[in-house]
Design a protein around this ligand. Structure first.
Ligand code: NCD
Length: 435
């Protein structure tokens, strides 16, 4: 086994067996410390190569588990034969419009592809697997990270990117229909990422073409790639902390009515079992009823609150969101005072040492803003930059899957020839060896 395959192999085995690191090391009869060293990046001084006998033993366990009872089978291998892009297709096309396209199994297959992408995202390896392919990023609404990270992910696989931003410089200001725009651009490029202020508009783009279309956010509708990277982040954080997503307590706070990231994330989380959701929103900005019904039908517990101090207690994940003022129809934000801010004092008073604080970003960092405070920036519980970092391998995995090259990536990798830092940000060293 190549060294970079070792991490991917072990992570995938833990996911398929639905075991935490502690339980997995017990199951395969090795010390947790040894397992940790096998999971480290190769560049870490403490990285160790896993003995062959261990991989043989893990493979034997996985093969045995796959023949167990139907109940466990859905958690273990039970892979449908169809390529992943067919399993998640939208109206028979390789397009990503909604998280509803995923089952727990197909999501975990995508996470396996994401793990494979990590050495490229971390700038240890390069790949040209999408050489010659061109992506159009059509963003008709403000964006920084989504547009750049989709573009960077495509480039890191060897493709090229064309961007357009806003309506001002688009022919849509001349009355061009979505159908025409989509069909025309599809003649120029091999994939489209579209963000649009109206719910349903990205679907219209997708219907007018057969090339891969990815929803980069459609008004207050959905934002599937953000939810996938959020869930991938949760899974990695929980793996480090020895927790499982099944049974977790997830708190979502802020504008739950217009926040498309939380709409997609809560539906994805509902694929897991026995979750407890606490939804904290100011009056008038609660989670839409149709989403609440669906979560409740999945057997999860949903509590709603307007108080941060009450709702945050016992949270495994605190997912904060920005107030989407630009989408307000006739809502007022009275009652949404600065004491709604999630800051260091609030987290210290209500949460434990292993609570994880997340946000899709951007956050309003101005003093007194009703958002996630910047005073948590050096707190290791703040996972917002680990989320943004994970956006690259997740989006690479989405492109590779939709364009049908996900099984060739591993063999296409070469070592990088330039020098880059091991840790991108000043606080990342805290997690050296833990991810
Ligand atoms: C979000 C969005 O655009 O939906 N940002 C993002 O893509 N990460 C959240 C927001 O704008 O508040």
């Amino acid at each position: 086994m190549r060294m970079s395959d070792q991490q991917t192999f072990l992570r995938d085995a833990m996911r398929r067996m639905n075991l935490t690191r502690d339980n997995f090391s017990d199951r395969i009869g090795v010390r947790k410390r040894a397992l940790d060293t096998w999971l480290l990046p190769e560049t870490s001084g403490e990285f160790r190569v896993m003995p062959d006998i261990v991989s043989k033993f893990v493979n034997e366990i996985l093969a045995g588990e796959s023949t167990k009872s139907p109940l466990t089978q859905s958690v273990y291998i039970a892979r449908p034969d169809a390529p992943l892009r067919e399993q998640i297709s939208y109206n028979g096309k390789p397009q990503l419009l909604s998280v509803d396209q995923f089952s727990r199994d197909s999501l975990e297959q995508l996470f396996r592809v994401t793990d494979i992408m990590q050495p490229i995202a971390r700038r240890q390896k390069v790949s040209r697997i999408l050489e010659g392919a061109v992506l159009a990023n059509l963003f008709f609404e403000a964006s920084t990270r989504t547009r750049i990270s989709f573009g960077a992910a495509f480039c890191r696989l060897g493709g090229s990117v064309c961007d357009t931003t806003g309506f001002t410089f688009s022919s849509m200001t001349k009355g061009e229909s979505i159908y025409d725009t989509s069909r025309v651009i599809s003649g120029y490029v091999d994939a489209l990422v579209v963000r649009h202020p109206e719910q349903g508009a990205v679907d219209e783009f997708a219907r007018a073409t057969n090339i891969p279309v990815i929803n980069g956010g459609d008004g207050p509708g959905e934002h599937p790639s953000q939810a996938i990277l959020d869930l991938y982040t949760i899974q990695r954080e929980f793996s480090r902390l020895g927790k499982l997503i099944d049974g977790a307590h997830i708190v979502m706070a802020g504008d739950l009515k217009y926040g498309r990231t939380v709409h997609s994330l809560i539906k994805l989380l509902a694929l897991y079992r026995g979750l407890r959701f606490t939804l904290i929103a100011p009056p008038g900005l609660e989670m839409p009823a149709h989403i609440l019904d669906r979560i409740a039908r999945g057997g999860h517990v949903v509590e709603q609150s307007t108080s941060l101090a009450q709702g945050l207690k016992g949270a495994d994940i605190v997912y904060a969101t920005r107030i989407q003022k630009e989408r307000f129809a006739d809502e007022a934000i009275e009652g949404y005072t600065p004491d709604f801010q999630i800051n260091q004092a609030m987290i210290d008073a209500t949460c434990s040492a292993d609570t994880i604080v997340m946000h899709p970003l951007p956050r309003d960092g101005r003093p007194g803003a009703n958002d996630l405070s910047t005073d948590l920036n050096h707190d290791p519980r703040l996972a917002i930059f680990r989320q943004t970092d994970n956006g690259i391998p997740v989006r690479m995995a989405i492109f590779a899957t939709l364009l049908g090259v996900e099984n060739q990536v591993q063999h296409s990798m070469r070592d990088v020839s330039w020098r880059s830092p091991h840790h991108v940000g000043p606080d990342d060293a805290v997690f050296d060896g833990l991810d």
